[in-house]
Ligand binder design. Structure first.
Ligand code: FPP
Ligand code: MG
Length: 329
């Protein structure tokens, strides 16, 4: 699925978004400007602003155009700031060295700079939300921010728990990832003044898309290619993060394979053990299971678009589901 096709209905708005993002990151602090340059230098997928703008477009009768979108632009900025702040904090927690195909801020500078830049972006997001003057948007976005913090804490708490069950895993990713996807789509609907049911449908679309996204993300950590994902492979295992392919394998494998995997998991991370565990995961259907689960969430996301009127924005939201599941990065 070509991402440019998905972005085409909101091409101009995304250009304005990039411009506003850069303007917002200007600062008198030399260090902030330097780190900001590093961050905008390598663009991410901009999935969350895309979801905000497409959801907004799908709720309106007329075309989205840059002049009529100051509020939704502030929403898209606020959500991107929150997302980037979480990644800056997450890379410290995960001790990651690469992000989006370039050296991570914690690695290029240090943990302190990464955490403080995250705080700066969180403050910027508050200012963007305040500019919308909408209690409803403030409520939606702040709830999501609280949830993703809870999700991350729960994930840290469950690290190295090889008895982790699927439900707990799904609860964690729902909080740490799907919450901001949910808020992105719901906020787009709120900014467009959508009626209650449309808002609910887009919220549920975002929730299911977020689940599909994180399951795929976790799958790519096992079977992806580092040059494409722009992140190191096996990071989750290194951090003791137990994700769906492994959960399924530990649940379904015979006692002897299970003992073998648990023994390997207790070793310090090395490439040979990673390859051996991956072979067992593949052999026991863990990769297929996770892929099917991501697809099932994707199908649920699509179901929630059925009541929306036809538009190019709705078509792009549909394509986004395929992109999220089939992506290699
Ligand atoms: C990436 O997941 C991390 C998240 C989706 C959430 C991170 C949340 C926090 C650090 C806490 C809250 C922070 C703020 C600023 C409110 P991942 O590690 O699975 O993905 P990755 O492989 O891309 O690193
Ligand atoms: Mg991480």
């Amino acid at each position: 699925m070509d991402i440019n096709k998905i972005l085409s209905p909101i091409k101009e708005e995304l250009e304005l978004f990039d411009q506003r993002l850069k303007e917002n990151l200007n600062s008198d602090s030399l260090l902030i400007s330097e780190v900001a340059r590093h961050l905008v230098n390598r663009k991410g997928k901009r999935l969350r602003p895309t979801m905000v703008l497409l959801s907004y477009g799908a709720c309106r009768d007329s075309e989205v155009n840059s002049a009529s979108t100051p509020q939704v632009m502030n929403v898209a900025l606020a959500i991107e700031f929150i997302h980037t702040a979480t990644l800056l904090h997450d890379d410290v927690i995960d001790q990651s060295k690469v992000r989006r195909g370039q050296v991570s801020v914690n690695h290029k500078w240090n943990n302190l700079v990464s955490v403080l830049m995250g705080d700066f972006l969180l403050a910027k997001s508050l200012r963007s939300i305040v500019a919308t003057q909408s209690q409803s948007l403030l409520s939606t976005i702040s709830k999501a921010t609280e949830n993703l913090s809870i999700g991350e804490i729960n994930e840290v708490q469950e690290s190295h728990n090889f008895d982790l069950d699927e439900k707990t895993y799904l609860d964690i990713i729902s909080a740490k990832t799907a919450s901001l996807f949910t808020a992105s789509c719901e906020s787009g609907a709120v900014a467009a003044g959508a009626e209650e049911n449309t808002r609910k449908q887009l919220k549920a679309y975002g929730q299911n898309l977020g689940m599909a996204f994180q399951i795929t993300d976790d799958l790519l950590d096992w079977v992806g290619e580092s040059e494409k994902t722009g992140k190191g492979l096996g990071n989750d295992l290194k951090e003791g993060k137990v994700t769906l392919p492994l959960i399924c394998t530990l649940r379904e494998s015979d006692p002897s394979s299970k003992r073998k995997i648990l023994k390997l998991l207790k070793n310090d991370f090395n490439q040979k053990d990673f390859d051996a565990i991956l072979l067992l995961i593949k052999g026991n259907g863990g990769v297929d299971y996770a892929f099917k689960k991501a697809k099932a969430f994707g199908d649920k996301a699509l179901d929630h678009l059925s009541e929306l009127g036809e538009s190019k924005y709705k078509d792009a939201l549909k394509d986004l589901v395929r992109f999220v599941i089939e992506r290699e990065k």
